[in-house]
Design a protein around this ligand. Structure first.
Ligand code: GLU
Length: 212
């Protein structure tokens, strides 16, 4: 599979100037490095009826071109189910019954920011899981093998961030974005990601940009 870059808007409303800036940069980076450029609508949640058509029309209007058909995450449920099944078969997932509030209020693990998952449900016994299932449906979390990971960004250099046992499938059955984006990027041969820098910590001297 040839390498590719992508733009992956969430169809929650009109694209703003930050989205358009990211789309142009992603397109330029891909095209100027001989990559395919793919368009993926990330519509697992936050979708507003008609917004994807408006977004694609606006992208085409500023000259963005993409290869092949537009891919929609809501058409790819089988791939996500298979990925979670593979991780579960390898013992790398567990059921989590915590509410958002319980996670916010729990003491966080050392060096983890408030809100990072503290591992409450990681070692529940079969009997405890059974009892909790009767009260609340479970989300599925990754049993992460690492507590941090480093990425190398062409513009910002090396960045190391905390990795917690993040959610793979929400307790309403919807695949989590964290899982879907990785499955899709791998399946589509994406090896170049251009996005807004909202996930980086603020640094003196670095201008902030709108979320893209
Ligand atoms: N669908 C995501 C968004 O619009 C894409 C972000 C990304 O490329 O990482 O926020």
């Amino acid at each position: 599979m040839t390498s590719a870059g992508r733009f992956a808007p969430s169809p929650s409303g009109e694209l703003h100037v930050g989205n358009l800036r990211t789309a142009i940069l992603a397109w330029l980076f891909a095209r100027s490095t001989g990559r395919r450029f793919l368009m993926r609508v990330e519509d697992l949640d936050r979708a507003r009826a008609g917004a994807d058509a408006e977004q694609l029309r606006d992208l085409a209007a500023i000259g963005i071109t993409w290869d092949g058909d537009v891919v929609r995450q809501t058409d790819r449920g089988t791939l996500y189910t298979e990925a979670i099944g593979g991780l579960t078969a390898a013992g790398l997932t567990y059921e989590c019954f915590c509410t958002r509030r319980e996670i916010q209020e729990a003491p966080s693990a050392p060096h983890a920011p408030q809100g990072a998952y503290p591992g409450t449900c990681r070692e529940l016994s079969a009997a405890e899981r059974e009892a909790k299932r009767a009260v609340r449906p479970a989300a599925v979390r990754l049993r992460s093998a690492v507590t941090e990971a480093t990425v190398h960004d062409v513009l910002h250099g090396s960045y190391t961030g905390v990795v917690d046992d993040f959610v793979l499938r929400r307790n309403d059955g919807v695949t989590a974005y964290n899982l879907a984006v990785v499955v899709d990027d791998a399946a589509q041969g994406i090896d170049q990601v251009v996005r807004g820098d909202d996930l980086l910590p603020p640094r003196p001297g670095r201008p902030t940009s709108p979320r893209c």
